[in-house]
Design a protein around this ligand. Structure first.
Ligand SMILES: [Zn+2]
Length: 414
């Protein structure tokens, strides 16, 4: 594998790799500016990285009006593989991804979170190993594993803390457990943060202060500030679903309190209210199915959900002053039926200065957003300036491991 060609990585080559991985440098000129190295030094390091197959350089499409096209640098897609999983309450979507990042192979497996983390994580490892086989990729080429979970996540510790729908997972060492099956670093993140990262990097890279709201069966949000995910002190930032928007009590929430934003506007709450009108709905997906079938009650209830969401988001706007708000999740499929209530409330409740240039949009990313966000998190972390030299050294070592090692690890899973 290509990494062994960098057996003695220099911090200069590592720095250049990390600047391209993080989207900070896209050309040789960018690298000279970002590193402060001379052009000759940049060329020396680039020659090493291009020769090792870790970067490639493609001509930029010729601009209108002529001018010499400049070459664009990017990570070589096949230089490594990332294993990603988006874990829901009843199913997990898994994929293997290249460094573009693009999905190479994927599968969906039924899971029971109540079986506990040991059983579920072994299931994930088995599925990833099968996907690697299918795609003819080696375990030695795995850059890392990225997992999105529907729970508050202590990202630094790689653990979930106080999950409401995951009995037995509280404070479990997810990274340690998975590494016994597949010897690669593991990154654990809240699923909404991963959707936020994917949406921002792909569609809104220029938005300085970015707020993503997931309106699905539950409600959560993610924040990007100056190009970085903002997690807060413990990783709990953005948990707007359980903000109390109704001080007079209000409907009971899944968390046991009354009047939370979720209890007014989440998919499960909308379905609960519509069941009392005789509609057999249980989830956000059912609600959108009913909306698309033209049910008048469902449309009216989604409009009300948009108003409640606007109430909650107005608090976030006052605190965070975003330049762009993007609404994703299953309920966003209702489009303007949901978004118009959000806009109305934001205009009614926010300072004119806060909303003067504020854009409110529907998310572009589809069902792969969580998986692609997990891939970006792994790529950006493992190739960040702080970790890139270790990553290169680890891959050089891993590339020398024998196939026998892989067989041995598989035996543990049988
Ligand atoms: Zn709640």
């Amino acid at each position: 594998m290509t990494w062994r060609d960098l057996a003695t990585p220099t911090s200069g080559a590592g720095l250049i790799l990390s600047l391209v991985a993080g989207g900070i440098a896209r050309s040789r000129a960018d690298l000279v500016t970002a590193t402060g190295f001379s052009r000759t030094t940049v060329v020396q390091h680039l020659t090493q990285l291009l020769g090792a197959g870790l970067l490639d350089e493609t001509p930029e499409p010729k601009r209108q009006g002529g001018g010499r096209p400049s070459a664009m640098l990017r990570l070589a897609p096949d230089a490594a593989t990332v294993l990603v999983a988006d874990i829901g309450e009843t199913h997990a979507r898994l994929a293997i991804v290249d460094l573009s990042p693009a999905l190479l192979a994927e599968c969906v497996i039924p899971i029971t979170l109540a079986d506990g983390p040991g059983a579920v994580l072994a299931q994930l490892a088995r599925c990833w190993l099968a996907l690697l086989d299918q795609s003819r990729r080696a375990v030695a080429d795995v850059l890392g594993m990225g997992i999105g979970l529907p729970a508050p996540v202590d990202h630094a510790g790689g653990r979930v803390v106080g999950p409401s729908v995951m009995p037995g997972w509280d404070d479990f060492d997810i990274c340690g457990c998975l590494s016994t099956f597949i010897p690669a670093p593991v990154l654990v993140e809240n699923d909404v943060n991963l959707m936020t990262l994917a949406e921002f990097r792909t569609y809104w890279p220029e938005a300085g202060q970015f707020l993503f709201v997931k309106a699905g069966n539950g409600i959560g949000s993610g924040l990007m500030t100056d190009g970085r995910l903002y997690r807060g002190a413990q990783g709990a930032a953005g948990d707007i679903g359980h903000m109390q928007i109704d001080r007079r009590g209000g409907p009971l929430c899944r968390c046991g309190k009354h009047g939370c934003l979720e209890a007014h506007a989440a998919g499960w709450a909308v379905a609960r209210d519509l069941r009392s009108t005789g509609l057999a709905l249980n989830s956000a997906r059912d609600v959108i199915g009913s909306f698309e079938a033209g049910q008048a009650e469902t449309t009216a209830r989604l409009e009300a959900a948009g108003v409640a969401l606007g109430d909650g988001i107005a608090h976030a706007v006052s605190l965070f002053n975003p330049s762009t708000i993007v609404i994703g999740g299953t309920l966003a499929d209702a489009g303007e039926t949901l978004l118009s209530g959000i806009r109305t409330q934001l205009h009614a409740r926010s300072l004119p200065l806060a909303i003067r240039h504020l854009g409110i949009h529907r998310a572009h990313g589809g069902r792969d957003a969580g998986l692609l966000g997990a891939a970006r998190l792994v790529i950006e972390t493992r190739l960040s300036p702080a970790h890139v030299d270790t990553t290169i050294a680890a891959h050089t070592k891993a590339a020398r491991r024998s196939v026998a090692g892989l067989k041995e690890r598989r035996l543990k899973l049988v």
